[in-house]
Write a protein that binds this ligand. Structure first.
Ligand SMILES: Cc1cc2nc3c(=O)[nH]c(=O)nc-3n(C[C@H](O)[C@H](O)[C@H](O)COP(=O)(O)O)c2cc1C
Length: 263
């Protein structure tokens, strides 16, 4: 695939150690393929207010979010890209608040996934521990949003603000970045894991029965009627069967589950 588009999301509050390593990954990609078009968004620049927890995105659709004007352009940027790099410093063993707030605004996608053809690279640095937990946390969220594959690059910088990547760190960075690139340029989509098929088929089932409390989910899922996963994404016969079994279990559970809201 030529003319790959990559969006880089700076999920930290500044351009620190993690950004420095992200720039190494970006330079590596540019060296591998001069035709890549990069776009950047720095979440600290978009002044996204905290998620208010109104649940309007879940119930009525994400365009009714009180902050949709701010979040929609970033969603559009992801939609227009082939791959997304998330630059994520490790704060208290987890995502920095600025990125967590962003993912809270996108949480409705765990009910209504969409980015089935996208691939991601999540880069995190930590002073000492838990960069792996940080990349893993975001990778699991991205899988829920529909991302087809997520590469993880957790690195211990042993520094607050003066990180000089060791040869070993650079080697790992180039290795994982190249894997991300090769996968992107192949245009190949991977068979989804069981952890992705479970919510997909459960939501499909739960929204297939009459409910006193319909939500935007009920408008979304009929398009996937009879499909164990998004069209175009390959499934093995075993995964197809698994999808059908999960759907069947979900249909039975649906009779006893009702998520209420104030009308
Ligand atoms: C609020 C805050 C929380 C942090 N939490 C951790 C942590 O849980 N474990 C750790 O090893 N380092 C922690 N650190 C250190 C950073 O993860 C480390 O310096 C990282 O490289 C910073 O990346 P940045 O410069 O891109 O922000 C923390 C730093 C800050 C500012």
């Amino acid at each position: 695939m030529k003319g790959i588009k990559i969006l880089i999301v700076n999920g930290g509050p500044h351009k620190g150690n993690t950004w420095l390593l992200t720039e190494k990954a970006r330079d590596c990609l540019a060296g591998l393929d001069k035709s890549i078009a990069f776009t950047e968004v720095h979440l600290s620049d978009i002044s996204l207010p905290f998620c208010t927890g109104c649940s309007s995105c879940f119930r009525k659709g994400h365009t009714t979010c009180p902050h949709n004007e701010t979040i929609q352009p970033v969603m559009d940027m992801i939609e227009q890209s082939d791959g997304v790099i998330f630059s994520v410093p490790c704060f208290q063993g987890h995502l920095p608040g600025i990125l967590k707030n962003f993912t809270d605004h996108m949480a409705f996608m765990l009910h209504r996934p969409r980015y089935f053809t996208k691939k991601a690279l999540v880069i995190s640095t930590t002073a000492g521990v838990s960069a792996g937990g940080t990349t893993k946390a975001l990778a699991s969220t991205l899988a829920g949003w529909g991302f087809n594959r997520c590469y993880q690059l957790p690195i211990a910088s042993y520094s607050w603000n003066a990180y000089r990547p060791a040869e070993k760190d650079l080697g790992k960075t180039y290795k994982i970045t190249e894997r991300f690139y090769r996968d992107l340029s192949s245009g190949k989509l991977h068979v989804p894991g069981t952890g992705v098929l479970i919510p997909f088929n459960l939501f499909r089932a739960l929204t297939s029965v009459e409910t006193e409390y319909p939500t935007e989910d009920n408008n979304f899922w009929p398009r996937y009627q009879g499909q164990s996963y998004a069209p175009g994404v390959p499934l093995t016969p075993g995964k197809k069967l698994l999808g059908r079994l999960i759907y069947g279990a979900g249909r039975m559970a649906a009779k006893n589950i009702s998520v209420t809201y104030r009308k």
